[in-house]
Ligand binder design. Structure first.
Ligand code: NAP
Length: 204
């Protein structure tokens, strides 16, 4: 597959590009080459860059996988639907994060109270993280989220449940951005057969 990668020089993009090539895909840089002629595109940029990149993909008839977080997805849904192109937004591509969200959803049915602490590199521009918001939503909403931004961190989340005389802690740590590559490969397969408009999340 020929993949247009927006954000190829970024922290995720610089690991993802070689990962896609290793899996047998051709990769072109979204900023310099644009999406025309590509089979699919991937965006790992900034919240304020997604709309224009998506517009270019939809105008070129190219389905889009979005990993960027921290923006309102309703405009993306409207743009993808009116163009008749599929767009897949996945707030966290790592395997463990998906499991963490599933386990947190299950524990929330049992424990009366919970809070989320999400910890990321100080370069992350949005807070709270997309993963923390998605986790809170799956837990039924109204869960307090605490955000930590420090150098040395990659992406980490702790969900602490409290009940009479006990706590339960579910923790996920991403130590390398390689963790996102298999999920992006699955998303690229999935987006080619999804209906037009926005789909959020990958099936676990
Ligand atoms: P980053 O290191 O800041 O990289 C972003 C890259 O995007 C930079 O190289 C930047 O280039 C480039 N860029 C900015 N505007 C652009 C545009 N209009 N077109 C093309 N490229 C553009 O950020 P990151 O850590 O890689 O993360 C990127 C995004 O992915 C963030 O929103 C982050 O929260 C999210 N993320 C999601 C997941 C997930 O699993 N879904 C995992 C990790 C991160 P310049 O610096 O030259 O502008």
């Amino acid at each position: 597959m020929k993949v247009c990668l927006f954000g190829s020089q970024g922290k995720v993009g610089s690991v993802l590009g070689p990962g896609l090539e290793q899996a047998g895909h051709g990769v072109v840089d979204g900023r310099s080459a644009g999406p025309a002629g590509c089979d699919a595109a991937v965006d790992f940029t900034r919240p304020d860059a997604v709309a224009a990149n998506a517009e270019a993909c939809f105008a070129a008839g190219v389905p889009l996988v979005v990993g960027t977080t921290g923006f309102d997805t309703s405009a993306l849904d409207a743009a993808a639907s009116s163009a008749g192109i599929a767009c897949l937004h996945v707030p966290n591509f790592s395997l463990g994060a998906g499991l963490m969200m599933r386990f947190a959803e299950e524990a929330a049915r049992v424990f009366p109270a919970a809070e989320i602490v999400e910890l990321h590199a100080d370069t992350k521009v949005d807070a709270p993280s997309g993963t923390a918001k998605a986790t809170a939503e799956r837990m039924g909403g109204g869960v307090p989220i605490h955000s930590v931004r420090l150098p040395g961190l990659v992406a980490h989340q702790v969900v602490v449940f409290g009940g009479p005389g006990e706590t339960l802690t579910i923790r996920h740590d991403t130590s390398s951005r390689e963790a996102f590559v298999p999920g992006v490969l699955r998303a690229l397969d999935a987006v080619r057969t999804l209906p037009p408009g926005l789909t959020v999340g990958l099936d676990e």
